[in-house]
Design a protein around this ligand. Sequence first.
Ligand code: PNS
Length: 175
Amino acid sequence: MTSPAPTSATDARRRAVCPGSYDPVTLGHVDVIRRAAALHDEVVVAVLHNPAKQGVFTPDERRELIEDAVGDLAGVRVEVFAGQLLVDVCKAVGADVVVKGLRSGTDFAYELPMALMNRHLTGLETVFLPGEPSFGHVSSSLVKEVVRYGGDVTGLVTDRVRDALVARLQADQGN
Ligand code: PNS
């Protein structure tokens, strides 16, 4: 049996959200966004900013760094949200699926309750993509720590992110 044809081109569009703190975006994130974009018509990279948490970069700086990193990807846009549930963000942008990368079983243990809660709240589904193994050790918090103590994160983040981290974190050391 064939399914009914969509009544317009927009009916068939699949829009996914790739949410995160992105403080800052890493090449592991970029890999997941790129793969999500290959699987969906549109991807909204949602910078979810918790106003109670001070980051290294402001939400707008994070957005700009992501835009620079994924600028070559068609159908991908970046938006900032503050103090909102992910399910409400997805409703607002018209997305019916969340895409997340998993580096390890530890990531799965952290992500599973959130995925189940989101499904409980509105039926929002989460799709997990296995992280690219060469980025298995890469996280926003570790790259910040490495840079803070003078290490080199080239190849783990974009050059622009690396330079922004050095400017922000190594300048702080002098204070
Ligand atoms: O990059 P992170 O810090 O792992 O991202 C976590 C994030 C921002 C995706 C998660 O904390 C989130 O979805 N926050 C929005 C608030 C919300 O919906 N909380 C309930 C989730 S079940």
